[in-house]
Ligand binder design. Structure first.
Ligand code: PMP
Length: 460
């Protein structure tokens, strides 16, 4: 599957790519993306792909959306940059803050802007620490997170992330964090255990960790409403209710990392709405601008804001912020993007098309390679296994998924491989016939994978 051409060779010569095996990359080269339209992207050789992952779980309104280009152009013309430090502001950031306060659940009416989800989660950690310092309880510092949770890659955010490759080789975690069991019943439910019993067990684990560490040392619980980059894992029924009830009892803040679930992905405006979560802090990014511009936002509860603001004399100003915090072009693009999501009723489309997607993928459950099909709204995961009955993984965990990932390109489809779970997260504009097209391309890929396994997994 090598792609030798001069652009690919130039890429290999100079870029270190994120999450890319550099040796393999030098062998096969990149697919060089050239343009996009709707749910499709085109490489520089003219091949068309369905973007089954909306870029990186991002492009809600689709590619080639001229209104976003125009919003960026207008702002670039008028005021391409200004900061928001030291009593300065500008209209796009003011209007976006108002808009987000109006859209998000009641009580989350303050916002801090960053450039990425990772920076937003770093900011969450500092906000929470600042808050507890302001309240005179500096010992309350630890975070609770989950294995397979994903919260980004900066040093502190990567510490919250519960995936081995984010810790291995980096001496992380670097902040005090405890990772709890991933709420994936198919994988971590005990034999004979019901889903309700599984939830009880996870609740007991949470209680036990709090007892062990001492509630006075634990600041916050952070979780994605639906775990995404760790394998598309919907929370089991009742899980979030239990987590919240326990956290409230011990005065532990609840942080909803909605970097992927925010703005319609689950068929509700926020994932918190779907699961009945009432967070103290909510982290948003990706679909906020459809990733046409880098931007993230932390929604802050009135209580936390008040503690920070009221204590500004005592502790000092919130000494944190980026050159591009609230960037005018990014916030202007976000406003237009959110307007498009509303006008075109894309959350409603995600509800309706989500049902179609889940039902269509559920049909794959009978495929010999498929262990579990799971998802909510327009996000889904198809987990491949060596043995359906025992749920046994393939001898080399992730290798079959890697083949499917690469082979799908051949059928004009981009999906993500997460350790043999293939992730789907198409743009929210997707239609029924496009879902069918995507599913058929995936089915063909799965059949190829079955043949490839039968042939002894030859090099490709
Ligand atoms: N949180 C979640 C839930 C994410 O999925 C991601 C990125 N996939 C991040 C945080 C980190 O965001 P970024 O890549 O913009 O730093």
């Amino acid at each position: 599957m090598s792609r030798p051409n001069s652009t690919a060779a130039r890429d290999i010569a100079h870029q270190l790519h994120p999450y890319t095996n550099a040796v393999r990359h030098a062998e096969i080269g990149p697919i060089v993306m050239d343009r996009g339209e709707g749910i499709y992207v085109f490489d520089d050789q003219g091949n068309r792909y369905i973007e089954g992952l909306a870029g990186l779980w991002s492009v809600a309104v689709g590619f080639g959306e001229k209104r976003l280009v125009e919003a960026a152009r207008k702002q670039l013309d008028k005021l391409p940059y200004y900061h928001t430090f030291a009593h300065k502001s500008h209209l796009p950031s003011i209007e976006l803050a108002e808009k987000l306060a109006e859209m998000t659940p009641e009580g989350l009416s303050h916002v801090f802007f960053t450039n990425s989800g990772s920076e937003a989660n770093d900011t969450v950690i500092k906000l929470v620490w600042y808050y507890n310092n302001a309240l005179g309880r500096p010992k309350k510092k630890k975070f609770l997170a989950r294995t397979q949770g994903y919260h980004g890659v900066t040093v502190a955010a990567a510490s919250l992330t519960g995936l081995p490759n984010n810790h291995r080789d980096f001496d992380l975690p670097a902040i005090p964090v405890r990772h709890l069991t991933c709420p994936h019943f198919y994988r971590f439910g005990n034999p004979g255990e019901t889903e309700a019993q599984f939830v009880e067990r996870l609740a007991a684990e949470l209680e036990a960790v709090i007892q062990e560490e001492g509630a006075d040392t634990i600041a916050a619980f952070i979780g994605e409403p639906l775990m995404s980059a760790g394998g598309v894992i919907p929370a089991p029924e009742g899980y979030w209710q239990k987590v919240q009830e326990i956290c409230r009892r011990y005065d532990i803040l609840v942080v909803a990392d909605e970097v992927i679930t925010g703005f319609g992905r689950l068929g509700t405006t926020f994932g918190s709405e779907h699961y009945g979560i009432k967070p103290d802090l909510m982290v948003l990014s990706k679909q906020i601008t459809s990733s046409y511009q880098p931007l993230a936002a932390i929604m802050i509860s009135d209580d936390i804001f008040k503690a920070v603001a009221d204590n500004s004399g005592k502790i000092g100003t919130f000494g944190h912020g980026y050159t591009a915090t609230g960037h005018p072009v990014a916030t202007a693009v976000a406003l237009e993007n959110l307007a498009i999501i509303e006008e075109r009723k894309l959350v409603e489309n995600a509800t309706a098309m989500g049902k179609v997607l889940q039902a269509r993928l559920a049909k794959l459950a009978s495929h010999p390679l498929v262990g579990e099909v799971r998802g909510v709204g327009l996000i889904a995961g198809v987990e491949l296994v060596a043995d359906k009955a025992t749920k046994a993984r393939f001898a080399e965990h992730g290798k079959v998924g890697a083949y499917v990932f690469a082979r799908a390109h051949h059928h004009g489809l981009i999906v993500r491989n997460i350790m043999d779970t293939l992730a789907f997260c198409p743009p929210l504009i997707i239609t029924e016939s496009q879902i069918e097209e995507m599913a058929q391309a995936f089915e063909r890929t799965l059949d190829d994978a079955a043949e490839w396994i039968a042939a002894g997994q030859p090099a490709y």
